[in-house]
Design a protein around this ligand. Structure first.
Ligand SMILES: [Zn+2]
Length: 150
């Protein structure tokens, strides 16, 4: 098996086997084009490696921010799958009807509300938001609770 070093090598070897001298001559004219393409390819590969290295370093340097942004994006996607209950001010999952603390969701914490007799309460330490329905409405049943981060 022949291993070609570069465009020049390929064209030289191929044109030796071509009987038509005009065609062989024309074939050699592509050598500079191939050489340029190879040079550009090597430059681009080198730049690509450089950029991959920069990207790696930037991701490493900003890992915390990236994680924070991913959590916010995840929280936004979660909120998009909820309805906002304007009467009480919390979010309700379209999927399972679970109610979530608005204050916590906006901070990126998914905190299902605990149902009490006259309110739904957030159990996140440092939040403790209580959501009360109007007097004539009883808090409906909610599935189990247990807050979690995104
Ligand atoms: Zn909360």
């Amino acid at each position: 098996m022949t291993i070609f070093k570069d465009g020049f090598d390929i064209v030289t070897k191929v044109s030796k086997d071509i009987k038509d001298s005009k065609l062989a001559s024309e074939l050699t004219q592509i050598i500079p084009i191939l050489t340029t393409a190879q040079t550009e390819n090597m430059e681009l590969s080198s730049k690509n490696l450089e950029l991959e290295k920069k990207l790696f370093n930037l991701e490493k340097e900003h890992a915390e921010e990236i994680t924070g942004l991913k959590e916010k994006l995840s929280a936004k996607e979660f909120i998009d799958n909820c309805d906002f209950d304007e009467t009480c001010g919390f979010y309700v999952s379209k999927e399972n009807g679970q109610r979530y603390c608005t204050s916590c969701l906006l901070k990126g914490i998914k905190s299902p509300l605990q149902k009490y007799r006259h309110s739904w309460d957030c159990k996140v330490i440092g939040c403790g938001q209580c959501y009360s329905p109007p007097q004539n409405i009883d808090p409906p049943d909610t599935p189990g609770y247990g807050f979690q981060s995104f």
